[in-house]
Write a new protein. Structure first.
Length: 336
């Protein structure tokens, strides 16, 4: 596609999804000097409006793979886009799919430049947007960055409040963001994310959401206050939440281990749910590893039905495995 010097990128009204993707991929380089045939030092220019037009066309008609590609492509382009144009486009957008991409581009820009203030338009949209689909899209736009820290710095909406949103789509977006941030951004090593996940689980009205957060977020950095919240969840009326909290207590750091162990032992003796008791045994093994066998043996007489489970854990502990994921894998092999 040839372009004349100083001419704006032309809209391609009849381009298909693939054509739109290729065109957008080309114009993302628009801010870079580009020499076309017969040109000398000319620069290609385009506007956010033009790029959003092609983005919209591709998102409407493209395959799932092409849509994912476009999403990432637009995010990568954010560093070179005029921020005020990007902000205005985000504020005016009503289509949730396009809105999410624009918000993700803003979030990427904020993350790359270490400037949380860029996120204000997205946080304001989350707070004041009436349409649940647009609220959910704005929440999803924060995935993949340090959103918990940014929200705190800007005194913006918090996940433990958003988890009670009337829209299931928003609640799902909150859950997905926290799980992704814990696993893919900080790899389980960020205390603020872990503690926010526990706070969100405590605030959640859906027990399945609470159990998912407690089960899948790392607890290796949490403090005493969060351990107290986990202990409180051991009294939930939903056995799935109690079981998830028991497993979560197994992953708390050394200074919190003794209190967690005592709470788990009490739970094992008072809770007659097999699901919960299996989770307690797992939590105790996780806390003690090589030193857990005597603790397990002390519980043998509480529930004879758990004898097989206790023996399986003792067999795994005898292997002296040092990594928790290896312990879990071997336990699964011995007693699914």
């Amino acid at each position: 596609m040839s372009m004349e010097r100083g001419r704006r990128y032309p809209r391609r009204r009849k381009s298909g999804p693939l054509g739109g993707a290729l065109v957008l991929g080309a114009v993302l380089l628009a801010g870079q000097p580009a020499r076309a045939a017969g040109e000398t030092g000319a620069e290609r220019t385009c506007s956010v409006t033009d790029m959003v037009y092609d983005l919209r066309a591709t998102l409407q008609r493209g395959s799932p793979a092409l849509k994912r590609y476009m999403h990432e492509l637009f995010k990568e382009s954010a560093i070179g886009l005029p921020f005020e144009e990007l902000r205005r486009a985000f504020a005016a957008e009503r289509d949730p799919e396009v809105l999410e991409v624009l918000g993700a581009a803003i979030a990427a820009r904020s993350s790359r430049e270490s400037n949380p203030s860029f996120l204000r338009p997205v946080l304001e949209r989350i707070t004041f947007e009436r349409e649940p689909e647009a609220r959910a899209a704005s929440v999803r736009a924060l995935r993949g960055i340090g959103s918990v820290e940014a929200m705190a710095q800007l005194d913006g909406p918090r996940y433990d409040r958003l988890i009670r949103d009337a829209s299931p789509e928003v609640r799902q977006a909150v859950t997905d963001n926290l799980l992704h941030e814990d696993a893919q951004v900080y790899f389980g090593h960020d205390r603020a994310v872990s503690e926010m996940a526990v706070a969100a689980a405590a605030a959640a009205e859906d027990p399945e959401v609470a159990a998912k957060l407690l089960s899948e977020v790392s607890m290796e950095q949490v403090g005493a206050g969060t351990v107290a919240q986990l202990v409180q969840q051991l009294r939930s009326e939903h056995e799935g939440v109690r079981a998830a909290a028991a497993r979560a207590l197994g992953g708390v750091p050394g200074p919190q281990a003794q209190g967690a162990r005592e709470a788990l032992l009490q739970l094992y003796r008072r809770d007659d749910s097999p699901l919960v008791r299996r989770a307690v045994l797992e939590g105790l093994v996780h806390l003690g590893l090589g030193q857990a066998a005597p603790v397990l043996e002390s519980l043998r007489g509480v529930d004879p039905a758990m004898a097989g489970e206790i023996e399986a854990w003792k067999a795994v502990l005898a292997l002296n495995l040092q990594e928790w994921h290896l312990v879990q894998r071997e336990k699964q092999r011995l007693r699914p």
